[in-house]
Design a binder for this molecule. Structure first.
Ligand code: SAM
Length: 240
C-alpha cells in the first residue's frame, strides 16, 4: 500500500524539497509513498485569487479565510475521507512519536499549511481537522512543519527502512531518550568507547544501554522522565 501525502499550501514548490533526497527520496521513487500538492489559491473565487484578510478585532498581519480554505479542505476530504487531515499550527496538540507511528501505519496524511497570522478558527469547528504543533516555537509557515511531520512518518512506512531496522529502539519509542551511540576509532582525542560496548557481552550491553537511557532522560528531559513513571533500572514502572 502506498502512503498518500496530500499537502494544501500556498507554496507547492516547497515539496518534496528535502524529502526528494536520501531515504524518503528513494522511497518516493519506489512508490512507497506518493505526494500530491494542492495550491490553496486555486480555491479562491475573486480575480486577485485572495486567500487572506485582516484580523477581526484588529492587529497586525493577515488571517487565512475559512471560506477559501474550506473549499480546499472539502476537496481533499471528499476524495480521501480515509486519510486523516491535520492542520499545522503552534496552537495544536504537540506531535509525538506514538502519533507519528499511528499515522505511518495508516493510508496517509493530508496536511493544511498555515501562513500569515494563522487560520480563521471557524474552519476547525465543523470539520474533522486535527490541529498539530511540532514544538513550542513559531515558524513563518506550515510548510516546514509539514515536511518535518512527513519525514517522521515516511521513515516508518513499511518497507522504507528495510527489515533490519524498524525504528522501535529509538528515542521516544519506549518513552525514553535513546542511549548514546559510538563508533570507531576506539580512541579519539584520548576518549575511548565505553569498555562494555566492546565486551561482546550482550546482556551487559543491554543493561548499560537501558541505564544510560534512563539517566539521560532523567537529566535532560525531566518532563519525559516524569511521564515514563520515573522508574530506576530494575524497579517496576512508577516506583521511586
Ligand atoms: N499567529 C500564530 C500564533 O501565534 O500562534 C503563528 C502563525 S505562524 C507565523 C504561520 C503558520 O506557520 C501557522 O499558521 C502554522 O501553519 C505554521 N507554524 C508556525 N509555527 C508552527 C509550529 N510550532 N507547529 C506547527 N505549525 C507551525
Amino acid at each position: 500500500m502506498t502512503f498518500a501525502a496530500i499537502v494544501l499550501t500556498l507554496y507547492p514548490e516547497m515539496f518534496p524539497g528535502p524529502l526528494g533526497h536520501s531515504l524518503a527520496g528513494r522511497a518516493l521513487a519506489e512508490g512507497l509513498w506518493s505526494l500530491e500538492t494542492l495550491q490553496i489559491r486555486d480555491f479562491a473565487t475573486d480575480k486577485h485569487r485572495s486567500v487572506d484578510d485582516t484580523p477581526a478585532g484588529g492587529g497586525a498581519g493577515m488571517v487565512m479565510r475559512a471560506d477559501v480554505l474550506s473549499r480546499a479542505v472539502d476537496d481533499v476530504l471528499t476524495r480521501r475521507p480515509d486519510v486523516p487531515l491535520l492542520a499545522m499550527t503552534p496552537r495544536g496538540v504537540p506531535l509525538t512519536q506514538p502519533r507519528v507511528r499511528a499515522l505511518a501505519a495508516g493510508p496517509g496524511v493530508s496536511i493544511l499549511c498555515g501562513r500569515f497570522e494563522g487560520i480563521d478558527e471557524r474552519l476547525f469547528e465543523g470539520r474533522p481537522i486535527e490541529q498539530v504543533s511540532i514544538g513550542d516555537y513559531v515558524l513563518s509557515g506550515g510548510e516546514m512543519a509539514a515536511l518535518t511531520l512527513l519525514d517522521a512518518c515516511i521513515r516508518l512506512v513499511p518497507g522504507v527502512m528495510g527489515a533490519a531496522s524498524s525504528g522501535t529502539e529509538e528515542s521516544f519509542e519506549s518513552g525514553l531518550l535513546e542511549y548514546p551511540q559510538y563508533t570507531r576509532p576506539n580512541d579519539w582525542e584520548g576518549r575511548t568507547i565505553p569498555e562494555v560496548l566492546r565486551s561482546g557481552d550482550h546482556a551487559r550491553i543491554g543493561a548499560w544501554r537501558q541505564s544510560r537511557a534512563e539517566t539521560d532522560t532523567r537529566l535532560r528531559r525531566p518532563d519525559l522522565w516524569e511521564r515514563h513513571g520515573g522508574a530506576r533500572v530494575g524497579e517496576p514502572s512508577g516506583a521511586r
